[in-house]
Design a protein around this ligand. Structure first.
Ligand SMILES: Nc1ncnc2c1ncn2[C@@H]1O[C@H](COP(=O)(O)OP(=O)(O)OP(=O)(O)O)[C@@H](O)[C@H]1O
Ligand SMILES: CCCCCCCCCCCCC/C=C/[C@@H](O)[C@H](CO)NC(=O)CCCCC
Ligand SMILES: [Ca+2]
Length: 552
């Protein structure tokens, strides 16, 4: 690496010991200088360097502030004993707050306080570090924060006030906070009212459903402002300029977990402060050329649709509703008949069975993203393109499309562990009708090291697009699902007297929201132009970026 010129270097006191402290444009380092004297020729004593050297990247310094040493020695009017060197010879001090990496992808805020001999030197350090921080243009200064007070264990407001707001204040980030009053409040506010020009990013305090609201609000607003029709599945979207930060306060928090590696509010707040960014794939879901919703994590029919539909009636149980409904749905063991057509992504690197995992700066995402860019019109969109689509008919316990791994605390490796965050594909997982025992084995493998796809009733395809048509789909304008479902339920039971009374339709679980149609067409959203992020060409299918890269 190119050697950076030093901006400052001084001998400063840290916890009673002298340190050689040095700053360049990239790093702040400090290394202890021994107070013990070493005899060298001529009988002169020189200090010598001992101990390990510490370093923090300038990009991970959160704040620097001058310390009032006098007040530090007092506590409630009582004088505390201070290290002699500090009070007498080193009366000036400054504190640097920085990111410290802890266990399992957790980040914490740490402080180090250096004492100086002179006030001018202390100010010079503070000012120089501040200048370095100001030069970091990717950091947000003004954020618009939405808190869902009813997500997860209903702790959103407390989590924000106690764990996140103090960090934003420390990093001199100003915030406008909105506590939502009803579902879709954040979506509608973003879509119509919010003065987005005033902010460098939006923050969502809640779970996947809340994140989904924010994506819908921001994407719709951007398309409307640019005259783009969301109803057309072929239409390229205009990318959103604002990033979305997620402070996890939901029940599954899979989007946070799969992007950061952990669902921890402090870690997420620190990623937001340092301005990290991660693009992510977005699928658009249409029914008969009418736009329904976007999905960034799971689109699940059958098992995950039924779990969600059942659990929505038990919101009062909090996150435990998913365990209850999961168990109940497992026992009911319903399968659904239909046709899945899909377009495999053949022109890409990587497969859903890879052992590698998507991380920040993922090579596969960068490579595959370029294939999807403006200059390369994908073959399958050309009018003369005929082949490619595959069709599978059958009875399915679950049809899942995972655009990212969908890792979460319930399943730390996720539904599709090798899925990529921003490669322009989604992993389509088909679980055919099998015995309860086998389905349980498949489910349990999501929580162990064993491969959940290595079972003869499970198949997985990395796709660009797919379509699902339930067997008993009546007309193009498909009738109301529930009504249809009830009528057909009895019809199927008459046709198959020995069956376990599977209803004709399940529901689609779209990032935790129920879709109103069973027949859907899904495609990875493409965006106009390319997103350039400093020197790195980010894969740019989506136009949505979160503040949460994974894997450091
Ligand atoms: N003030 C509010 N009152 C009622 N519902 C709200 C409010 N604000 C947001 N919502 C809705 O609450 C739903 C669930 O929120 P959220 O995703 O934050 O938590 P969760 O469902 O517990 O977590 P997860 O989605 O991670 O499983 C979302 O669909 C959102 O639209
Ligand atoms: C009987 C033994 C069961 C063991 C099963 C373990 C398998 C867990 C896999 C978890 C996959 C989560 C996918 C994420 C979906 C989210 O978009 C959605 C909204 O937050 N959450 C759910 O639908 C909540 C889904 C909860 C499912 C249980
Ligand atoms: Ca993907």
């Amino acid at each position: 690496m190119e050697k950076q010129p030093r901006l400052l270097a001084s001998q400063l006191l840290l916890k009673n010991s002298l340190f050689e402290v040095s700053l360049n444009r990239v790093l702040l380092t400090w290394k202890e200088i021994a107070t013990k004297k070493k005899r060298v020729s001529g009988g002169i004593h020189h200090p010598f360097k001992v101990g390990t050297s510490h370093g923090v990247s300038v990009s991970e310094i959160l704040a620097v502030r001058e310390l009032d040493v006098d007040s530090e020695t007092k506590d409630d009017g009582r004088w505390q004993k201070m290290p002699q060197k500090s009070t007498e010879a080193y009366p000036y001090a400054f504190t640097v707050s920085y990111v410290e990496r802890a266990w399992q992808h957790r980040w914490r805020c740490s402080d180090v306080t250096f004492h100086c001999l002179e006030g001018a030197l202390c100010q010079q350090w503070v000012q120089t570090i501040r200048e370095q921080l100001t030069a970091l243009t990717s950091r947000p200064k003004h954020l618009l924060v939405y808190i869902n007070p009813y997500g997860g264990k209903q702790q959103g407001e407390r989590i924000y006030e106690q764990k996140v707001a103090p960090l934003f204040t420390l990093a001199s980030i100003s915030t406008h906070v909105i506590v939502t009053e009803h579902a879709n409040h954040a979506r509608d506010h973003l879509r119509t009212e919010a003065e987005l020009k005033k902010y460098d990013g939006v923050v969502c305090v809640g779970g996947d459903g809340m994140f989904s609201e924010m994506v819908h609000g921001l994407v719709s607003r951007t398309q409307r402002d640019n005259g783009v029709d969301q109803n057309s599945p072929e239409e390229k979207l205009v990318p959103c300029t604002l990033r979305i930060g997620i402070i996890p306060a939901g029940s599954t928090d899979c989007i946070c977990y799969a992007t950061v590696g952990i669902n921890d509010p402090v870690t997420s707040a620190l990623h937001i402060i340092v301005g990290d960014a991660q693009p992510m794939d977005v699928c658009s879901v249409h029914h008969n050329n009418t736009f329904l919703r976007y999905s960034v994590s799971l689109l699940g029919y059958g098992f995950y649709g039924d779990v969600l539909a059942d659990s929505e009636r038990k919101r009062w149980m909090g996150p435990a509703r998913y365990d209850f409904s999961g168990f109940k749905t497992f026992l009911t063991h319903h399968y659904y008949e239909g046709t899945v057509s899909f377009l495999p992504a053949t022109d890409i690197l990587g497969t859903p069975r890879d052992k590698t995992r998507c991380r920040a700066g993922c090579f596969i995402c960068q490579h595959n993203g370029q294939l999807y860019s403006e200059d390369h019109q994908p073959l399958f969109l050309l009018p003369e393109y005929k082949g490619g689509w595959r069709v599978i008919r059958g009875k399915f316990l679950a049809i899942n499309a995972a655009s990212m791994s969908c890792a979460c605390p319930r399943s730390p490796k996720g539904l599709s562990p090798a899925a990529h965050l921003a490669d322009g594909t989604t992993d389509l997982i088909l679980v055919r009708k099998c015995s309860r025992f086998n389905f349980l084995r498949h489910l349990l493998r999501h929580t162990s090291k064993y491969d959940q796809f290595d079972m003869n009733f499970v198949e997985v395809h990395r796709v660009r697009r797919f379509r699902f048509t339930p067997r008993y789909c009546q007309s193009d304008s498909e009738l109301d699902l529930r009504e249809n479902g009830k009528r057909l339920f009895s019809q199927i039971c008459r046709d198959h007297p020995a069956c376990s009374c599977s209803p004709a339709y399940s529901s689609w679980n779209c990032d935790g929201e129920i879709l109103p149609h069973a027949a859907i067409e899904v495609g990875l959203v493409r965006i106009k132009g390319k997103i350039l992020d400093e020197n790195l060409l980010q894969s740019a299918q989506t136009g949505v970026k979160v503040h949460l890269p994974f894997g450091q």
